[in-house]
Design a protein around this ligand. Structure first.
Ligand SMILES: Nc1nc2c(ncn2[C@@H]2O[C@H](COP(=O)(O)OP(=O)(O)OP(=O)(O)O)[C@@H](O)[C@H]2O)c(=O)[nH]1
Length: 350
């Protein structure tokens, strides 16, 4: 990948011509360095897989501090929910590959956990190691921040980037910026911080922006044969997706009360023969929490909350696995697991 990566890195993307208010504002902020490319200024890439022309394939890391919208972006790019999302920071804990094949190009996205700067537990050290591993050998980095915002936590992530890998500044959540004029000086400041290849103000929730981001990303990927079949969406196992689904429901239904150190372990993931269903899966999961109080919180009054978590997780898994699912969930207390390196590893973290 190295030779072709250099080629991709040396491509100089042409700056977009201003076509609307946002673009004009961006052009005004342009200090002569990076192309300021609002997602809305680029022609969409060819949507279907299998088109003529040389194949392109490359790895794109999606990196940023917690809660900036990395998983939302990844799911929108892949076109299906691969990475779990929630309002709670630190939802993503593993490196996740999402694959999308469009036209002659295969995009291999790597979503990473939000880089942790606050607590130095074994869990957080493992999360940061995952981020570092993900950005080491990729063709392009999408550095995701909230448009108009740049904090110390963002700066710490940025300081990890090595020179040589082209990096796009994805200024996400543009829909929440009401005073767009204020973005110009902010972008100018960002240009001074790092030699970004392009600036892409956008919203991960806007389909048009996603469509155009494909067009921007495509030109950084080297010409080489695809690595995956065109219909593959992820390299993660169904078992892994099962644990992520339960974890997502757990966080959704417990809100901010439950510490982020709670986790999910899959104890059983078996396909069984069935006369009534084309596919029948028997899954057993354990939610691991740190304290008795957290266990009570997960179970809820009369078991109501755990029942809701189970029902929603089962329904989503039935869609995801295209199977009838029997899901059993247990809750166990293992105090101090996030501080215990061996436990962190035994629960499937790197
Ligand atoms: N308004 C708005 N909200 C967004 C956008 N993108 C993501 N969000 C919201 O931001 C929150 C965090 O999104 P995630 O995708 O989980 O963020 P993340 O960066 O993966 O978070 P971690 O897993 O903690 O690293 C969720 O509530 C999303 O719905 C956007 O473009 N606009």
């Amino acid at each position: 990948m190295t030779a072709s990566k250099k080629e991709a890195a040396s491509q100089q993307p042409a700056p977009a011509q201003p076509q609307n208010d946002l673009e004009a504002m961006l052009a005004a902020a342009r200090p002569g360095g990076a192309a300021l490319t609002p997602a809305s200024a680029v022609a969409p890439a060819t949507p279907e897989a299998g088109a003529q022309g040389p194949q392109r394939c490359g790895v794109i890391a999606i990196v940023g501090k917690p809660n900036v919208g990395k998983s939302t972006l990844m799911n929108a790019l892949v076109g299906q929910k691969i990475s779990i999302t929630s309002r709670k920071a630190q939802t993503t804990r593993h490196r996740i590959t999402g694959i999308r094949t469009r036209g002659a190009t295969q995009f291999v996205f790597v979503d990473t956990p939000g880089f942790q700067t606050r607590h130095s537990t074994a869990l957080n050290k493992s999360l940061n190691k995952t981020v570092m591993g993900a950005i080491g050998d990729v063709d392009l980095i999408l550095f995701v921040v909230e448009a108009g915002n740049f904090t110390l936590a963002d700066a710490k992530v940025l300081s990890l980037f090595k020179p040589g890998i082209p990096t796009l500044l994805v200024a996400n959540k543009l829909d929440t910026v009401h005073r767009r004029a204020e973005l110009a000086p902010w972008l100018k400041g960002m240009q001074e911080r790092h030699p970004f290849a392009e600036f892409v103000p956008m919203s991960a929730k806007n389909k048009g922006d996603i469509e155009r981001l494909f067009g921007i990303v495509e030109k950084y990927l080297p010409e080489q044969p695809w690595w995956y079949a065109p219909d593959e969406l992820t390299d993660r196992s169904e078992k892994f997706l099962a644990s992520e689904t339960v974890r997502e429901k757990l966080f959704r239904f417990t809100g901010d009360e439950l510490p982020y150190t709670s986790t999910v372990v899959i104890d059983k993931f078996d396909e069984e023969p069935s006369k009534h269903h084309k596919r029948f899966m028997r899954i057993a999961a354990t939610i691991v929490v740190e304290r008795d109080g957290h266990k009570a919180m997960v179970i809820g009054e009369g078991g109501e909350r755990l029942k809701r978590i189970s029902t929603e997780a089962r329904q989503e898994l039935e869609r995801l696995l295209d199977a009838k699912v029997f899901l059993e969930i247990w809750v166990k207390v293992r105090s101090g697991w996030a501080d215990d390196e061996a436990r962190v590893r035994s629960f499937g973290y790197e």
